[in-house]
Design a protein around this ligand. Structure first.
Ligand code: GRF
Length: 205
């Protein structure tokens, strides 16, 4: 029997793209079962786009400012992602909330990695907020995106300790190491094994 075609991943980024790089590295092994077919961004000039280009992966940029309304941007982003026929869309440090058009097209297969243990510390300052609160355990959450801010069904979580002398930078970096491994592990499992979601519970058979 021939192996099935690798699953098609579109990855969305806004920054350094270290999570994207972890996925690009993992997909080099055919047994991983997926390939990154395109990388999209909401801004130019970021390392994430350079990483995609270095790997020979097509890129596109949809900046909110380039569109008259947020809905126009959302529809354009959805249509650019759709051109690449993704099986899974991965937000990996993508700093924009998508809207109704995008969720109508990809809400059943759009996942995001967040650098906090949800439902604690949603939003863009997860590690900073965790540190300020004084928690002893922080981490990362992989989840299916819904219309809320970091509220969708949780796929996986990984914990790391918060140390007494942590700064926002040291904690962020410790989380990112665990977060990248989790992302690679679970994206692979999702595309190879499939999943179900019932009453918010995500199950990978
Ligand atoms: C990740 O820690 C993600 O949780 C947060 O931004 C970071 C992105 O890092 N939203 P990178 O661009 O993948 O290096």
């Amino acid at each position: 029997m021939t192996d099935p075609a690798p699953a098609r991943l579109v990855v969305l980024v806004s920054g350094s793209g270290s999570n994207l790089q972890a996925l690009l590295d993992a997909t080099a092994d055919p047994a991983y079962g997926a390939q990154v077919v395109a990388v999209g961004a909401d801004r130019d000039g970021i390392a994430g786009l350079d990483r995609a280009k270095a790997a020979g992966v097509p890129t596109f940029v949809d900046s909110v400012k380039a569109y008259e309304t947020r809905d126009d941007w959302d529809a354009a982003l959805a249509s650019h992602v759709a051109e690449h026929k993704p099986d899974l869309v991965v937000s990996a440090g993508f700093l924009k909330l998508v809207g109704p058009a995008f969720l109508a097209a990809f809400g059943d297969r759009y996942i995001n990695t967040h650098n906090a243990l949800l439902p604690a510390f949603p939003g863009i300052h997860g590690p900073r907020d965790a540190l300020a609160y004084g928690v002893k355990i922080a981490g990362a959450t992989l989840f299916f995106v819904d219309a809320g801010v970091d509220t969708g069904p949780i796929i996986a979580q990984v914990a790391v300790p918060v140390l007494d002398d942590d700064t926002e930078e040291t904690l962020t970096e410790r989380i990112k190491v665990a977060e990248r491994a989790q992302l690679v592990d679970y994206v692979g499992r999702l595309v190879r094994e499939g999943w179900t979601i019932q009453d918010r519970k995500v199950r990978i058979p």
